[in-house]
Design a protein around this ligand. Structure first.
Ligand code: ADP
Ligand code: MG
Length: 727
């Protein structure tokens, strides 16, 4: 084991990838490239180690001198593993991750050189921020941005570079990335949840939000994918007739994993092990060439980093195996899309999952408290939750009868529904001793540790309770989990803060016992949040109608959904919980709207180009062959040729019609684009959504018809059946 020098992506070192078969147990590989506790113990002085631990677990600031020590040790550790460079690794608002590599190497007097890395370089850097989106923040404040070390997410070696997880903020303090608001939301959650958890156990001093994501993706042979301009430029197919065989036989989900895919997965998992990403499950998904991978859950900040890192690793490893990995939520029409379920819970430093029913009535009251508060929070801020998962690509999935609808609702299962129904009848104010006993023994005491509904899940629900955690299923496969995790933790933190205030009033002013007060407030919350609970089929039309009656939002498009981000309530919420200032909220909103506009604009241009440069010329070429053929038939059959050539003449006519339709629609689309490009912000996004995007289906329809008519040998684009069934 010790003779092999590990790096997460072996080929960068010009070394053949280390195979799992050669290296033995995964547990021995786990975290080898991470500056984790073991590495810290080995490399840091006692003082430095304690400082870093305090920073991680208590948020204590690290002293500059100690930072110098930590940096020097990190460098020694990294160099011992072959690293030559370091980078501040961060997550800009564009979704991907960003890195700018600097060498440890530095020259000193006398023409000599040393390897150097000090506390200043570890703690703060100034990337050239001008090319990252900032939503007007930097222009307004004429400030530059800097990255700052986040010690709660461990440094790691990626290739030959030491990566230091950082947040990215403007000099004036505004967050310019996905992570800074997430960390603030997690802090707010810790404060609010710890205060409430203390009702039940005085020893709780910290509550962590936990996240276990499940990443779905497609693998397509890279040569085939590269031949499609739409996949290359937009991550999805903009046209392509559905194949004769799709997913109707359901034979992929239960099928064995193809060998080439398996070798990709093993390679990927090995890299994940080295990087400390605890991947655990892998399997085929519903659609052909669709797969899923999930880790063991972790503290939410770390889990978010690991998901972002994973997506990058997947792209690199897929290249090794000549695959292109598609993260787009809907790469193929008519075939299931991909999501990223976010399993979320709360866990105390005393080792208790606050969303897990327990053995005693007290434990169950604690469970109910966090359970009901979560439901109430989602009910009050359902539009904000919807906004947090909105993107141009996820719009294809939400509401498309394969993924949760755009309506946010909560599924809890029949057992817990019954418990909440009973709790609704608790007497107001003081409880009689009999009622208290009844509650404890017959209602709260009867919540079983293992819930039946855990096995009987409602797949159509966007936010489902699954036994000991909630599962936010509407998150897109391409998105950064930081967005939805920031919102979910902020709204639940706010709710718990409110809850504590209300309970304390009943205890202090109305002389209620603590558990009586808790029952009283929960009863009110259960009533107030009833409309968000839905146990039925989320795909059905009936639910659309019912949800409307209940007053739930149904924001089907991103430009519509994003409005909730800047509502008065949302801004007040983020400011109160110190997660984002008004400026930050507005900047984010602007960036997300722009991103939407740009993505649809790119799709529109790409589709226009493919239709004009690939489809129409091919159609004309084939039509010319037909015309030649008809002319020949006329020579042979004379007057009788129309009978002999009737099929061909029919095709010639149809092809002409489709070409004419495509031409006129592409022209109209371009016209609309010209108009839209004069607009900004909400107006531009609305125009792209309502005026330009509707052309996509029309243009596609005619292109796909042509695909079915034209000689397969001439068709210039790789077809669905080739991409989806080539393993
Ligand atoms: P499945 O959904 O396949 O039955 P599980 O219910 O065990 O499997 O878990 C699904 C996902 O939920 C996994 O990615 C796991 O890491 C995550 N998960 C399990 N417990 C928690 C928790 N307490 N907090 C966050 N995520 C969790
Ligand atoms: Mg799931």
């Amino acid at each position: 084991m010790s003779k092999i020098r590990f790096n997460a992506l072996g080929e960068i070192l010009n070394r053949k990838p280390v195979r799992i078969e050669e290296t033995g147990k995964r547990s021995e590989m786990f975290g080898v490239n991470v500056f984790n506790e073991d590495a810290m113990r080995q490399y840091l002085t006692k003082d430095a180690y304690k400082s870093v631990q305090d920073a991680i677990f208590k948020g204590v600031k690290i002293d500059r001198k100690i930072a110098d020590q930590v940096a020097a040790s990190m460098k020694d550790w990294a160099m011992s593993k072959g690293a030559t460079h370091y980078t501040h690794w961060f997550q800009p608002l564009t979704g991907a991750t960003a890195e700018k590599h600097d060498a440890f190497f530095e020259t000193i007097e006398g023409g000599r050189a040393v390897e150097k890395f000090d506390g200043g370089q570890l703690v703060q850097q100034e990337p050239d921020a001008s090319s990252f989106p900032n939503g007007g923040i930097r222009n307004t404040f004429e400030a530059r941005g800097y990255t700052a070390w986040d010690p709660t997410s461990a440094a790691f070696i990626y290739g030959t570079t030491l990566c230091i997880p950082t947040i990215f903020v403007a000099y004036t303090g505004e967050a310019l990335d996905n992570k800074a608001p997430l960390l603030r939301a997690l802090q707010a959650m810790d404060q609010a949840a710890t205060a409430v958890a203390k009702y039940f156990d005085k020893n709780v001093s910290k509550v962590n939000a936990t996240l276990g994501w499940e990443q779905e993706y497609f693998l397509i042979d890279s040569a085939l994918a590269a031949s499609r301009p739409d996949i290359t430029l937009t991550g999805r197919t903009l046209l392509g007739h559905s194949p004769a065989k799709g997913q109707q036989l359901d034979d992929h989900y239960f099928g064995s994993i193809p060998n080439r895919v398996m070798s990709f997965m093993r390679d990927l998992e090995q890299e994940c092990m080295l990087l400390g990403i605890p991947v655990k499950t892998r399997h085929n998904e519903v659609a052909p060439n669709q797969f899923e991978l999930a880790p063991i859950f972790e503290e939410a900040n770390l889990a978010v980093d690991h998901n972002s890192l994973l997506m990058d690793v997947m792209e690199k490893v897929s290249k090794r195996h000549h695959y292109k990995v598609l993260f787009h939520e809907k790469p193929f029409a008519g075939i299931n899309g991909s999501g990223k379920h976010n399993n979320w819970s709360l866990s105390t430093d005393t080792g208790v999952n606050l969303l897990s029913p327990g053995k005693t009535p007290m434990k169950n009251l604690q469970f109910l408290t966090f359970f009901v508060n979560t439901i109430k929070a989602v009910c009050d801020y359902e539009e904000l939750v919807r906004a947090s998962i909105a993107s141009a690509s996820n719009d294809h999935r939400l509401g498309a009868n394969e993924a949760p609808p755009a309506i946010i609702s909560v599924f809890i299962g029949s057992q817990l529904s019954a418990v909440l129904d009973e709790l609704e009848n608790v007497t107001k104010g003081k409880l009689s001793p009999e009622e208290k006993t009844d509650l404890k023994l017959n209602i709260v005491g009867k919540i079983p540790e293992i819930l039946l509904d855990n096995t009987d899940r409602n797949r159509t629900s966007p936010f489902a309770f699954t036994g000991n955690k909630f599962e936010l299923r509407a998150v897109g496969s391409w998105s950064n989990c930081a967005g939805p995790m920031t919102v979910l933790n902020t709204i639940v933190a706010k709710q718990l803060k409110e809850f504590k205030k209300e309970v304390d009033v009943l205890v202090d002013k109305k002389n209620l016992k603590k558990d009586e007060a808790v029952f009283n407030i929960l009863r009110e919350y259960i009533k107030a949040s009833k409309k968000i609970r839905f146990e039925g089929d989320g795909y059905g039309d009936a639910w659309q109608k019912e949800a409307k009656k209940r007053g739930l939002s149904n924001n089907k498009t991103t430009p519509e959904a994003l409005k909730a981000q800047i509502s008065k309530e949302a801004i007040a919420l983020f400011e109160e919980m110190e997660v984002m200032s008004k400026v930050e909220v507005e900047a984010r909103h602007e960036i997300e709207l722009d991103e939407y506009t740009l993505r649809i604009q790119i799709e529109s241009r790409t589709l226009g180009d493919i239709a004009r440069n690939h489809v129409i010329p091919t159609a004309i070429r084939y039509q010319n062959t037909l015309i030649e053929n008809v002319k020949g038939l006329k020579e042979i059959f004379g007057n009788n040729f129309t009978k002999q050539a009737s099929e061909q003449i029919d095709l010639i006519e149809k092809i002409s019609n489709h070409i004419a339709e495509i031409n006129s629609k592409v022209n109209s689309m371009i016209n609309e684009r010209k108009k839209a490009n004069k607009l900004e912000g909400q107006k531009a996004a609305d125009a792209y959504c309502n005026k330009i995007k509707p052309f996509f289906d029309d243009i596609r329809y005619h292109c796909d018809k042509l695909e079915m008519m034209i000689d397969d040998e001439l068709w210039p684009l790789i077809k669905y059946r080739e991409m989806l069934f080539f393993k």
